[in-house]
Design a protein around this ligand. Structure first.
Ligand code: 26Q
Length: 817
């Protein structure tokens, strides 16, 4: 993006005047932020227009990434960095006596996602623009994003996330591009020129209005689009005559119910509840998205034949899986295609990523609900199911059990993952081990039928947000060593390994880490009142709170350390600061109790003089993208300790590694690949393998009481949960105690405790060798390039979407990856 300093100043001051009627002196920080964002918005729109024109002119294949969640993070700084105008902007503002950092903090951090899946979508958007791929997002403009978390009396309290209250600087409302989405009613069949026509009647129409957010590529001219749909009332959606007859309440009821659709993001992740509003949200944005894609396609293409050559639709988990029957509906009912032609186009167009193997996350809808809300979509889904089951029958005549286990509609339920597999040409997992588990366990039967559909695409993160933007000092050090090529070609980070033995580089890296820890320590003091020692090990565990992610294992280990320090205050350990952050789903009792336990434990440990400040525990409230940007650069240790086989990939693990933290983790998700990348010496691996976990589930043989009775550390810790050890109600943590002991410790917390504790001892010893540690840190950074989402996106592009492979992808798709 091109702008010089003086021009920028002029536009900025002018905006302050015209937008707020104020001079610079009177303008508030927020006024100034709004004025600056207007300048940037204007600059971006020029390139945006150009990109769209280019796409139309060249007619190249477009990718549409459908996702219920986009966890974008703040955008101003990314726009400046990617646009190459950050320095200009910083200097221009400084000359006006304004600190850019202060303005940037004014931006709300839109929480339109729960966690990994939503953040992955946002990283993908950034990378697609960076590698000049015509890739756009399609999602929902929730009025309220993921709740704001407050800790009150040690407990999580949820507050609404009103991110739009001051207006959002980066969205462009496009009312002329609105489309209608229809719910309910019934289907009438009519004969028309020798074929059946399906007429949807008595439906309720909703207007889907798009809000577009520009996605700016790194120092190129690409600006892609994230289109978020908002639900509004259609003026003529109900009969005004009946309104006049006094059915005022009914009319108002309609207005209200429409508003609900895009009002709130469901706050569960990896847990499914069959709520009709959720299905409504799904169909709402999928239908609106597909209608607008087809409208655009038809501007330059006379027939639907070439649709799969021009359009790829990717569905982020099964949440947008109604895209399969919806595309069929549009192709058949609106474009007049036959079933077979429509089916060929649909399956060639759609591809699907699976993000979880947790059975409780799999989406299924009751037939009654699905049919009542989406009558035509139900008919089509039913037909897809019948044809699929017939095919299965031909392959396995008489094998009802097998067919039942695979049918899309069975026992009164519609299975969305099965619909997604059958209706797409590609199914991918998000890390090698996860894809293997899909193929061998969860989707084994499907893999047998469609072996060619299954493939792996290990997740990635955008190194421009998670390193260049959030750790500018480290970025500068790397650039000083290996040049700036890594920003466009992250595989070049590898060259940083050549500096592992360089004393000056080691020293600079140490200082950078310390300075990032200082910033975090200040934040911790301000937000929790706890003073932490910046020379202690910053051991960070940040992610959604979930039993399978095993925050409990970390807590138990801290409790054991505390118990040992109480017995022997001179115990030779490096001082540690344990930092937690993460949200629990509001209805997930054990997860909320886990947060409470961390906070209660923190209150015991932090004020105990006996342990001589060797241990501190903090829980930071309201984990978000912005908080993550402060935490990853300040971490020494990255906790990635899920029960093996349960974490599909994880992406926080990659953010830590890229910022030089050392992983302590199980062989789960992408930890396996991180381990391969850095080697045994640069990571601490412990615990059961996924095979061992599966074997326990299959053959039994695990008895939690055995461990309870034979390991005094575990017995002590567990009893401390219920014996009044914590200065809280004695029975407060009974549920956690029970969940472990009565359910035979479903996630093997006790089983992995000993090897986890040993890994920590090893880690502690290694940390004492300052030089060894910093070398490990350099190795981690240097090998993090393959975890850039640029690499991931290039693989999707080449192997799934078959979109133009641009130059920049060349180095990234080498056989090594
Ligand atoms: C489904 C139905 C109803 C309500 C909510 C949901 C729902 C919402 C969000 C189900 C799942 C999610 C999110 C899942 C998720 O974030 N999975 C994570 O995806 C990451 C990106 O691939 C992986 O790195 C993580 O391992 C995986 O847990």
């Amino acid at each position: 993006m091109l702008i010089n300093k003086e021009e920028l100043k002029k536009m900025f001051v002018n905006n302050v005047q015209t937008m707020f009627g104020k001079g610079l002196e009177e303008a508030s920080t927020n006024n100034k932020y709004m004025a600056l964002s207007r300048v940037i918005r204007d600059i971006i729109s020029k390139n945006w227009l150009e990109s769209n024109k280019r796409y139309t002119k060249t007619g190249e294949k477009q990718v549409y990434y459908f996702s219920m969640e986009f966890l974008l993070g703040r955008l101003l700084d990314m726009y400046l960095v990617n646009g190459g105008i950050k320095d200009t902007c910083q200097v221009a503002l400084a000359e006006l006596g304004i600190d850019l950092d202060e303005l940037e903090k004014q931006e709300s951090d839109p929480g339109l996602g729960n966690g990994g899946l939503g953040r992955l979508a946002a990283c993908f958007m950034e990378s697609m623009a960076a590698v000049e791929l015509p890739g756009h997002g399609c999602g929902i403009r929730y009025k309220y994003g993921l709740f704001e978390q407050k800790i009150v009396d040690n407990y999580q309290v949820e507050l609404p996330d009103n991110w739009l209250k001051d207006g959002y600087a980066w969205e462009f409302r496009k009312p002329d591009k609105a489309v209608q989405v229809r719910f309910g009613g019934s289907i009438r069949e009519e004969w028309d020129k020798g074929r059946t026509r399906f007429v949807h009647q008595d439906y309720e129409a909703v207007l889907a209005v798009p809000y577009d957010v520009p996605l700016v590529g790194y120092r190129n001219n690409t600006v892609n689009t994230l289109r978020l749909w908002s639900a509004e009332a259609v003026n003529d959606a109900f009969d005004f005559a009946s309104f006049n007859r006094g059915e005022y309440l009914q009319a108002m009821g309609y207005q209200n119910s429409v508003g609900q659709i895009s009002k709130i993001l469901y706050p569960q992740d990896d847990f499914y509840e069959g709520r009709v509003l959720r299905l409504k949200q799904q169909y709402f944005f999928v239908s609106a998205g597909l209608q607008s894609i087809i409208r655009r396609y038809k501007l330059t293409n006379p027939s639907m034949k070439k649709f799969p050559e021009k359009v790829a639709v990717h569905i982020n988990d099964t949440h947008p899986a109604v895209a399969v029957p919806e595309l069929m509906r549009i192709l058949m009912d609106e474009e007049g295609l036959s079933w077979d032609d429509a089916w060929a186009i649909t399956t060639k167009t759609i591809s699907y990523t699976n993000h979880t193997i947790m059975p409780e996350a799999l989406e299924t809808w009751t037939i009654d609900m699905y049919k009542a809300l989406l009558p035509r979509i139900y008919m089509i889904t039913n037909e897809i199911n019948e044809r699929f089951c017939r095919m299965l029958w031909d392959r396995n005549p008489g094998n009802w059990d097998k067919i039942k286990g695979m049918a899309i509609i069975v026992d009164g339920m519609v299975h969305m993952a099965r619909l997604a597999v059958v209706g797409s040409h590609s199914v991918n997992g998000v890390a090698q081990i996860h894809t293997d588990i899909l193929k061998e366990h969860i989707m084994r039967d499907f893999h047998e039928v469609y072996p060619g559909k299954f493939n792996n695409k290990t997740n990635g993160i955008t190194h421009r947000r998670w390193l260049l933007k959030s750790n500018p000092q480290l970025a500068e050090l790397i650039t000083d060593c290996i040049g700036a090529g890594w920003i466009k070609r992250p595989e070049e980070l590898e060259q940083f390994a050549d500096f592992a033995d360089d004393k000056k580089v080691q020293d600079r890296l140490r200082k950078i880490k310390l300075s990032n820890k200082k910033i975090l320590a200040k934040y911790i003091k301000e937000h929790t009142g706890v003073s932490v020692n910046i020379h202690s090990i910053f051991d960070v565990h940040i992610k959604r709170i979930h039993s399978y992610k095993r925050q409990m294992l970390n807590i138990f280990h801290i409790m054991d350390l505390y118990n040992r320090l109480k017995q022997n205050p001179d115990l030779d350990i490096t001082p540690r600061t344990y930092i937690f952050a993460g949200k629990a789903a509001p209805g997930y009792y054990i997860a909320k109790q886990t947060i409470k336990l961390i906070n209660v434990l923190a209150s015991v440990v932090n004020k105990d003089k006996d342990i001589k400040n060797k241990l501190k525990v903090v829980f930071l409230e309201n984990y978000s993208v912005s908080l993550g940007e402060m935490l990853f650069p300040a971490a020494d240790v990255s906790e990635q300790i899920s029960t093996a086989s349960k974490e599909a990939s994880g992406t926080g693990n990659m953010k830590f590694m890229m910022n030089g933290a050392i992983t302590i983790g199980t062989l789960d998700g992408a930890n396996v690949e991180i381990h391969n990348a850095v080697g045994d010496d640069n990571i601490f691996i412990f615990g059961l393998t996924s095979k061992e976990v599966f074997d326990y589930y299959l053959y039994g043989g695990y008895n939690v009481w055995h461990l309870y009775n034979n390991d005094i550390r575990l017995k002590t810790i567990l009893e401390q949960l219920v014996n009044g050890f914590f200065p809280y109600e004695r029975e407060e943590f009974r549920a956690i105690y029970q969940s472990l002991l009565s359910n035979n410790d479903e996630f093997f917390v006790l089983q992995d405790f000993d090897s986890y504790a040993k890994a920590h001892v090893e880690l502690d010893q290694r940390y004492k060798d300052k030089e060894k540690w910093i070398k490990m840190s350099i190795q981690n950074i240097a090998h993090s390039g393959i975890f850039s989402s640029d690499r991931t996106i290039c693989q999707y592009s080449k192997e799934i979407w078959h979109t133009r492979s641009v130059d920049i992808c060349k180095g990234l798709s080498c056989s090594k990856h």
